[in-house]
Design a protein around this ligand. Structure first.
Ligand SMILES: [Mg+2]
Length: 375
């Protein structure tokens, strides 16, 4: 398979519902896509970096810049292995890897789910669908939260994740648990208890222990594995790591330190699908619970995540929501939809199993880079 060129495509898409944050109200957002073109096929990957560097250090404009200046030229000259010379930039690397893998698999007529199963040590039984989970943001108002959770449960989601932080934890959890006694429920703090220290975090989070949560995700900072290990010993609820794990080596450290009982595996955060399979396999052989995370992907990234989530070591429902949870109109021909049984189908066609169709008005920027250096 000869790579002829790589195109970076920035699109701007409308959200299904405005996204309200402390910085204001956002009705649309841009996404960087990577298109890899070979003699036989083309493939797509999505960069999940967000507009601002508030989840990890990566952000959309930075990811696009490193793709154009450093990653794409290396891959065009030396293949995917040439990316290893560049430090960090996991989300940019993951997007480029996904595009090149997709192109190669489409040319061979192989589905991504089958390719990932073939390299995993714990593929498990074949799964045609995977359980869907959904995340609900900090509403700051219990009635609004209950309305939002009720809506998602009514839509059929099997597992709900609440975003929490100091001052917004036991009250929303108690209210949701009271309204939905049997719901599979978990919380994600995105590192927000860091400022309280381990003692303060233990005091605050121990109050959640009676509510039957599946896990508390990433309470402390992304560089604090020792703190998570100490905190985990003081809570009954299992701890899950997200931001702290940027590679399989990080996962190995976390397992060795006893820093988590569960891992959220996101291809974008660990630098690609192949590394995500390695993290998944490590969880499976180490007795660590695992699930496939999500990052507000379009149908391109979501299709790849669904293929990954079909692996046998993913013992818990992932952040795998239907397209209409986030987007007014998706950019793939078969957007992920929630089935009546609370699952989403794993794409079965070649590559990521969906075709990309970009409305011309959505395209903000296209940059083509040829293997021979021409434009
Ligand atoms: Mg998280």
């Amino acid at each position: 398979m000869e790579l002829k060129g790589i195109e970076l495509v920035t699109v701007r898409l409308s959200l299904a519902e405005p996204w309200v944050t402390a910085m204001g109200r956002i009705a649309e957002r841009s996404v960087v896509l990577v298109r890899a073109v070979t003699d036989d096929a083309e493939g797509w990957g999505e960069c999940v970096a967000q507009p601002e560097p508030t989840y990890t250090a990566e952000y959309e404009a930075g990811a696009r810049a490193v793709l154009e200046a450093h990653l794409a030229p290396r891959v065009l000259a030396g293949g995917l292995a040439a990316m290893e010379a560049v430090k960090g930039h996991q989300m940019a690397k993951a997007a480029l890897e996904a595009a090149v893998l997709d192109a190669g698999l489409r040319a061979r007529g192989v589905a991504l789910v089958d390719a990932l199963r073939a390299v995993s040590s714990h593929p498990g039984p074949h799964r045609e669908r995977v359980p869907a989970g959904v995340a609900v943001g900090v509403t700051g108002d219990v009635d609004r939260l209950l309305e939002e959770v009720g809506k998602r449960v009514g839509e059929g989601y099997r597992r709900v994740k609440l975003k929490v932080g100091p001052g917004w934890d036991v009250v929303p959890v108690a209210a949701v648990r009271d309204a939905h006694p049997g719901l599979a429920l978990q919380v994600d703090a995105n590192g927000s208890y860091r400022a309280l220290g381990v003692d303060g975090a233990a005091g605050a989070l121990a109050r959640l222990d009676g509510y039957g949560l599946l896990m508390v995700e990433q309470p402390l900072g992304d560089d604090d594995l020792v703190g998570h290990a100490e905190l985990g010993r003081r809570l009954a609820t299992p701890l899950c790591l997200d931001e702290a794990i940027a590679s399989d080596d990080d996962a190995a450290s976390a397992v060795a330190l006893g820093a988590c009982r569960v891992l959220n595996v996101k291809p974008g955060r660990v630098g690609g699908l192949r590394e995500a399979v390695r993290v998944h396999d490590r969880c499976a052989r180490s007795g660590i619970g695992a699930w496939c995370g999500g990052m507000l992907e379009t149908g391109v990234g979501r299709a790849a995540n669904l293929a990954l989530a079909a692996l046998g070591g993913f013992s818990l429902p992932g952040d795998l929501s239907a397209s209409d949870r986030y987007w007014a109109t998706d950019i793939v021909d078969r957007p992920a939809t929630l089935q009546a049984d609370g699952t989403i189908a794993v794409p079965a066609g070649p590559g990521i199993g969906v075709s990309v169709s970009l409305p011309p008005a959505s395209v903000v920027d296209r940059t083509w880079m040829s293997a021979r250096g021409g434009a």
